[in-house]
Write a protein that binds this ligand. Structure first.
Ligand SMILES: Nc1ncnc2c1ncn2[C@@H]1O[C@H](COP(=O)(O)OP(=O)(O)OP(=O)(O)O)[C@@H](O)[C@H]1O
Ligand SMILES: [Mg+2]
Length: 365
């Protein structure tokens, strides 16, 4: 398998600067997931690594070898696309062995590789079928099989499951996790799906505006997003944000705006004096908004009004209004209160996030 390094990668399409200095080091046998808004350059980055797109500036290394000028066929990379891109006039078997036949590989070796891949992906029954006779999930398995038989150094997946329905996506997600363990492969995987990113990734790369915002394990980027963008992007439902000012009263630090006043514990922001007067954005995940109910009591109470309640199953989304602010709380079902009723809530201080309003960078520890 292989390491991959992106060093100062820049990509321009005409005047359009799409990637503006991307640096990422991917270790051997790592599963790296790239996320970011539509148009931020994820596919372009994969295509550059595969050799399908010219590099405007910077260097790409595979196993410490500079590949900027290396022909795609020599890079030992296989890419699996969102739309499968199967050859419609070939059977499943022909789709899978096409690249190997092109390489004039020994027939016995081809047969053994295809057999191995179709076993792993449970495609044996479908080998003689045409792509149009397969379901979406089966087609995607063929596309993955076609990549596996080549025994590439690196697998690139570009939103491979986004055309599948929710149930199938879940199944294929687990299949990909198993495949990863089995193949000992280095994988770079692009997705818009939070669950795929959190569950599959060893590390997540979050991109925006052509630059890498943060790289870290799923739990690191979830617990300690380095800026407002990452905080809003990772986690579903989205984090609540409240704009206000930090104010020192005696020795204690508070967050204040027109609607609320909350104490900021010293473990969130030590050296309270330094922050007096600072304009900040406070972030609280919906899971960390607690509501007062059956026996549970809130400390540092805030008063709100319930606007809408969404039942998700064992959890519930409560859309609350606190003064002029909107706050979403995700709580255990059933809250059993009608819209318009008053709700007492509080925030889990341990998991609060404080960002500087001007720089948008995280300032809480
Ligand atoms: N061949 C091209 N010529 C000109 N512009 C391009 C080309 N390919 C991509 N772009 C532009 O580059 C930017 C990044 O595109 P890219 O496909 O990499 O985004 P993405 O992050 O994969 O988005 P999505 O999540 O929607 O797939 C977009 O603004 C896109 O319009
Ligand atoms: Mg894309």
């Amino acid at each position: 398998m292989a390491t991959v390094q992106f060093k100062g990668i820049v990509k321009k399409f005409g005047d359009n600067l799409v990637l503006n200095g991307v640096d990422v080091d991917i270790k051997d046998h790592e599963f790296v997931v790239i996320v970011g808004p539509s148009g931020c350059g994820k596919t372009t980055l994969l295509r550059m690594l595969a050799g399908l797109e010219e590099i405007t500036d910077g260097e790409i290394l595979i196993d410490n070898l500079l590949v900027n000028e290396l022909h795609p066929s020599k890079r030992e990379i296989a890419m699996v696309f969102q739309d499968y891109a199967l050859y419609p006039h070939m059977t499943v078997e022909e789709n899978m062995n096409f690249a190997l036949r092109l390489r004039k590989m020994d027939k016995a070796e081809i047969a053994s590789r295809v057999a191995e891949a179709s076993n792993v992906l449970q495609l044996n029954k479908f080998l003689k079928r045409m792509p149009k006779q397969l379901s979406g999930g089966q087609r995607q398995r063929v596309a993955i099989g076609r990549a596996i038989v080549r025994k590439p150094k690196v697998f690139l997946f570009d939103e491979p499951l986004s055309n599948l329905d929710a149930k199938l996506r879940e199944e294929m997600r687990v299949e990909i996790a198993k495949l990863y363990q089995r193949l000992n492969a280095t994988i770079i995987y692009v997705t818009h799906d939070q669950v795929e990113a959190m569950t599959l990734a060893g590390r997540i790369v979050i991109m925006n505006h052509g630059i890498v915002q943060q790289v870290g394990s799923p739990i690191e980027v979830y617990r300690k997003p380095c800026n407002l963008f990452v905080a809003g992007f990772i986690g579903s439902p989205t984090m609540n944000f409240m704009t206000g000012k930090l104010a020192l009263e005696g020795e204690a630090l508070f967050f204040k705006n027109e609607d609320i006043k909350l104490s900021i514990p010293p473990y969130l922001l030590s050296d309270a004096k330094k922050h007096d007067g600072r304009e900040v954005v406070l972030g609280v995940r919906p899971d960390d908004v607690l509501v007062e109910r059956d026996g549970e009591k809130c400390s540092d109470k805030v008063q709100g009004v319930l606007e809408v309640c969404e039942l998700l199953g064992h959890r519930e989304n409560l859309y609350l209004k606190v003064g002029g602010m909107r706050v979403l709380a995700t709580v255990e079902a059933f809250f059993n209160r009608s819209p318009g009723s008053a709700v007492t809530l509080c925030f889990n201080y341990k998991n609060m996030h404080v960002f500087d309003k001007a720089t948008e960078s995280r300032i809480s520890e």
